[in-house]
Design a protein around this ligand. Structure first.
Ligand SMILES: Cc1ncc(COP(=O)(O)O)c(C=O)c1O
Length: 573
């Protein structure tokens, strides 16, 4: 059904979906809805509701959002707070009144729109996570109840088989899509610093990007092949460069000063140091791509305003200086755009532009980049950053095809030899490997307002829920995952900052002691975990078949205060 027809149906059905019994006596509100230029006014007076086309003057509030977002919100497939935090929804006027008015309507359903039950996601779990016929969520061969009882909650649980599967799928996909030269599939350890994960990925042959001495340490502690690793960063000191050089890693040059330091170290080590220049792409083919992080700003402008990388002309200056030295070897070009390239199609054009840049660089400097590192990262398959709980993102194969098509197109057009390709799939590789098991505490129901389901998970450890415009994670009731969702609830944690982990989620009826599973929390949650309210950080467990091992212990209260001291002079009183 066409979008405008769906919208007409959504607004025409509002009077039928209006729950007058929930409206407070005397509540009177004119709510304007502006959807990319099409407008409606919802008038609620004396417990009746009328809806008219166009936005009338002097509305109590006007909501501005996109058509797709409005369809998502009214069908309960996008959560309005996430859309608001993503700056894709704004409200002029009385925001509290607007929320109260919106809460008076049942969600829109139509045979013509598929609104999925949260449990639809069970069919997407693959081989390593599953839900049995009784509705019990299982990681490899161990069910969540067993793990919660044995290790306590909240608990990060990773499937080792899923880590290996995700990597192999990416590697196969890129090798198939790019027979012209070799591909290094890298994992950015910043997304999850569990040594056990790096060990598994080293065994699998993954490369990686390291950003700090700590990340280099973790990488090499677990037996990495230096030829596949890159030291990145926009401000590293000599000790960090020295560490990377001793270990045989390549280094990105992100400033003329980096070149000076690395050249000095090259002389000290008596050999040329292998480097890549980190360049800001001009993104000529994606000039108008809007940023999802900064409304009104295009991605090329965002990239230019990003601290990493040098402009093309600075890259040429660095290369000119490097050419004069026998201690610097510029082997390639690195670039990283990040999360704003969400569709595979964008990756094709980004790759194409980078080949164009490499070709121009060869003409301007006489140095032909033999390695092209395209940075990270691809959307996860159940992409928490999309705020869309109804659809899947593209699989690894589709990303690989688009990236390699862009490289191939560029190489043919600019007569540039196929470079070695380095890709950094980032969160796509690790996100779906890990779940959080949490236990339900108080369930607080205030009719007409909200039901708050407390869990021992928290935005302290699932900071993804509030970072980067907030992530929308799929949730399952751990032991009743196949039950119908009957209630819309706010899933909250114990901390005193509201701790709203997932707002307005349709769940089976939850009670104290139940388990709630947060899917796809492997990227950037454990690493950002904090101890706000003196809450110790959770343990992480790695499951392989029927075996479960602690890979990071649960903190104790002593750990929270481990580095603190009270000066002796304060002890007297
Ligand atoms: C150079 C580089 N590669 C890869 C990644 C990982 O990408 P993602 O954000 O998808 O995990 C990052 C993230 O900042 C990065 O800076």
């Amino acid at each position: 059904m066409e979008t405008n027809a769906i919208l007409d149906d959504i607004f025409n059905s509002m009077p039928d979906r209006f729950r007058a019994e929930n409206a407070e006596e005397g509540f009177s509100f004119d709510l304007g809805i502006d959807l990319d230029g099409r407008g409606w006014t919802i008038s609620i007076h004396n417990k009746t509701c009328r809806v008219k086309q166009n936005i009338k003057e002097n509305c109590s509030a006007v909501v501005h959002t996109g058509k797709d977002e409005w369809i998502g919100i009214t069908t309960n497939t996008m959560d309005p707070i996430a859309v608001f935090l993503a700056k894709k929804l704004t409200v002029d006027g009385d925001i509290d009144g607007a929320l109260a008015a919106m809460n008076l309507f049942e969600y829109y359903t139509s045979e013509r729109i598929t609104v999925k039950e949260p449990s639809w996601v069970i069919d997407t779990l693959g081989d390593n996570f599953s839900v049995d016929e009784n509705g019990i969520f299982t990681i490899e061969k161990l069910n969540c109840e067993y793990l919660a009882d044995r290790f306590g909650t909240p608990l990060f649980v990773t499937s080792e088989a899923q880590v290996r599967h995700n990597f192999r799928k990416l590697k196969r996909a890129f090798q198939a899509a790019y027979p012209e030269n070799d591909v290094n599939v890298m994992w950015a350890i910043k997304s999850n610093t569990m040594l056990a994960f790096r060990k598994i990925l080293n065994q699998e042959g993954a490369g990686g990007d390291c950003f700090s001495p700590g990340e280099v340490y973790a990488t090499f502690l677990t037996g990495a092949d230096p030829d596949k690793f890159l030291l990145n960063g926009s401000d590293r000191n000599e000790d960090t460069f020295r560490m990377a050089i001793e270990l045989g890693m390549r280094i990105t040059l992100d400033h003329m000063d980096d070149l000076v330091t690395v050249e000095r170290l090259g002389k000290e080590f008596g050999r040329p140091i292998q480097t890549l220049i980190r360049v800001k792409s001009d993104m000529a083919s994606l000039q108008d791509l809007p940023s999802t992080f900064y409304p009104g700003v295009t991605v090329p402008l965002e990239v230019l305003n990003y601290k990493f990388g040098v402009t093309y002309s600075e890259a040429v200056e660095i290369a000119d200086a490097a050419r004069k030295s026998s201690f610097i070897d510029i082997e390639g070009i690195h670039s990283h755009i990040g999360r704003d390239l969400h569709l595979p199609e964008h990756w094709k054009w980004y790759a194409y532009d980078m080949i164009k840049l490499c070709s121009q660089f060869t003409i301007d400097t006489g140095i032909e980049p033999g390695i092209l590192d395209l940075g990270g990262g691809f959307a996860e398959i159940r992409d928490p950053s999309s705020h869309n709980l109804n659809e899947l993102a593209a699989p690894a194969e589709v990303y690989a095809e688009h990236v390699c098509e862009g490289v191939r197109k560029g190489c043919r057009e600019f007569n540039f030899p196929f470079p070695r390709l380095w890709v950094e799939p980032g969160r796509h590789l690790i996100g779906s490997t890990t779940v959080m098991i949490s236990r339900v505490g108080n369930v607080k129901r205030t009719p007409g307002v909200c039901t708050w389901v407390h869990t021992d998970a928290s935005t302290n450890f699932l900071s993804g829920a509030i970072r980067h415009n907030g992530m929308s994670y799929h949730l399952l009731a751990g032991t009743r995952a196949r039950d119908k969702a009957v209630e819309t609830v706010d899933i909250v944690g114990p901390n005193c900052a509201g701790d709203l982990i997932q707002p307005r989620r349709k769940m089976p009826e939850l009670k104290r002691g139940d388990l709630v599973i947060f899917l796809d929390v492997g990227a950037y949650n454990a690493v950002y975990a904090n101890q706000f309210n003196c809450i110790p950080r959770p343990a992480s467990v790695l499951v392989s078949g029927q075996t479960a091992d602690i890979v990071c212990e649960r903190e104790t209260l002593q750990d929270v205060f481990a580095h603190q001291q009270i000066p002796a002079r304060l002890l007297a009183g």
